[in-house]
Design a protein around this ligand. Structure first.
Ligand code: E4P
Length: 231
């Protein structure tokens, strides 16, 4: 897990990544002061209208300029040679780029190659503990189990995070569990209870953590009492 400073002491902290390619949302999350990184995927890039090799690369660079933390950039190739070529080009864009590779046989092979060549990886589209185990053995920096998409098919996404936590804790895997496809505040809280190293989700879920009517009512009362006492 990450070490974080409060100014006085160090503690182990859950990292917060935002799952978007939208620069305004990344800026807003960064301004909250709790953002540790960004994840993207080809769908999120397409949603922002980012197309073509050069535009994609420029967009990743722009994200890296906003956030001082890891930025996952996904390869499009699905064969080993293609992933290596693409991943090297992505990694060369910025030291914070982490190459995102799908959990398929050529992907695991590519993760081993990237690991041996000093390039960090995020193994994505993880839907089983076995995939997470293989990715960790290949040396992935992160694995991304997709919590929300498992829930979408009436299964239990958080149970997958629990199982991976147990497996990684049984050994000395340095791979961090990046709970992905997080959709809402309870996903974040339950991932924190389980001990996921990182969660990546939308800005709305992060901001949702703050919402409480008693906070709003209490603040309104404090301000009203202060105004009354001070004229
Ligand atoms: C992971 O890194 C993916 O980008 C992402 O979390 C997928 O989320 P979704 O299932 O909400 O599309």
């Amino acid at each position: 897990m990450a070490e974080q400073t409060t100014g006085m002491c160090y503690f182990r902290a859950m990292k917060f990544f935002i799952d978007t390619a939208n620069l305004d949302q990344i800026r807003e999350a960064e301004a909250l002061g709790v953002l540790d990184g960004v994840t993207t995927n080809p769908s999120l890039m397409a949603k922002e209208g980012i197309t073509g090799d050069e535009a994609v690369k420029a967009h990743y660079k722009a994200i890296c300029e906003i956030v001082d933390g890891d930025v996952s950039a996904e390869v499009i190739a699905t064969d080993f040679e293609g992933m290596i070529e693409e991943g090297q080009a992505l990694a060369a864009l910025h030291p914070n780029i982490v190459v995102k590779v799908p959990a398929i046989a050529d992907g695991i092979r590519a993760i081993r190659w990237f690991t041996d060549n000093g390039i960090r990886t995020n193994c994505t589209l993880i839907f089983s503990p076995g995939q997470a185990l293989l990715a960790a053995k290949a040396g992935a920096s992160y694995v991304s189990p997709f919590v929300g998409r498992i829930d979408d098919i009436s299964s239990d996404g958080l149970q997958l995070i629990e199982k991976i936590r147990v497996i990684y804790d049984n050994y000395d895997f340095g791979t961090e569990i990046l709970a992905a496809s997080v959709r809402h505040t309870m996903h974040i809280i339950e991932c924190a209870e389980i001990g996921a190293d990182i969660m990546t989700g939308p800005l709305s879920a992060m901001k949702g953590l703050l919402k409480h009517p008693l906070t709003d009512n209490g603040l309104a009362q404090f301000l009203a009492d202060h105004a009354k006492a001070n004229g």
